[in-house]
Design a protein around this ligand. Structure first.
Ligand code: URA
Length: 212
């Protein structure tokens, strides 16, 4: 598994404001959106393209366009929704599927409560959006779900990651015959006893959408 930490002052600047407990929800949503677009730029470095010929006003030129089948963007509900606009801004022709997963706060295990995805993902590059790679349980389950449907290349975009989550992903996905990458703005210190990332930014869903 490849882990890419986006090392850029603009990423660090936006992340710092996201972390700040005084940042209100509208500002948090806007900054998360902007940060995702920066991370998406890194995450799509290997997006598949095919060569095409176009004519400029001056001469023929060779370029590329995204190949078929189109990439699939999969936000994990609920907090991943806050990353969707920032991602499709960069990949407007991508298709979007949804995966609803919830973490049991006692056992920290993930269960799927909703899916809206193509049945057949063969030949698809998938971009999974999950703001917090904490224990890694939710993301590992989501990646396995997509691989079972045939996805053959998966990139997870996470605003923040914990070392424990990265290790768990590596362990859980060992032997998986599909390349998996994680692109994240930072790898923090650790998880606390409640499964929150430290120092982290708190509950991403609550900060995006309020406590419901
Ligand atoms: N989910 C969150 O929203 N925040 C954390 O710190 C961990 C999991």
């Amino acid at each position: 598994m490849r882990v890419h930490v986006a090392d850029h002052p603009l990423v660090a600047h936006k992340l710092t404001t996201l972390r700040d407990e005084r940042t209100d929800s509208p500002t948090f949503r806007r900054l998360a959106d902007e940060l995702v677009t920066l991370l998406a730029y890194e995450a799509t470095r290997d997006v598949r393209v095919v060569p095409v010929e176009v004519r400029t006003p001056v001469s023929p030129a060779t370029g590329v366009r995204l190949s078929s089948p189109k990439p699939l963007v999969v936000p994990i509900l609920r907090a991943g929704l806050g990353m969707l606009d920032g991602m499709v801004r960069l990949l407007p022709t991508a298709e979007v599927g949804f995966l609803g997963m919830v973490r049991d706060e006692q056992t920290l295990t993930a269960t799927t409560y909703a899916t809206r995805l193509p049945d057949d993902l063969h030949g698809r590059q998938c971009y999974v959006l999950d703001p917090m790679l904490a224990t890694g349980g939710t993301l590992a389950a989501a990646i396995r779900f997509l691989v079972e449907r045939g996805a053959d290349d998966i990139t997870a975009i996470c605003l923040l990651s914990a070392p424990e989550g990265i290790e768990r992903l590596e362990r859980d996905l060992e032997g998986l015959d599909v390349p998996v990458s994680v692109v994240t703005a930072a790898v923090d210190e650790r998880l606390n006893e409640l499964g929150y990332i430290v120092p982290g930014l708190g509950d991403a869903g609550d900060r995006l959408y309020g406590v419901v």
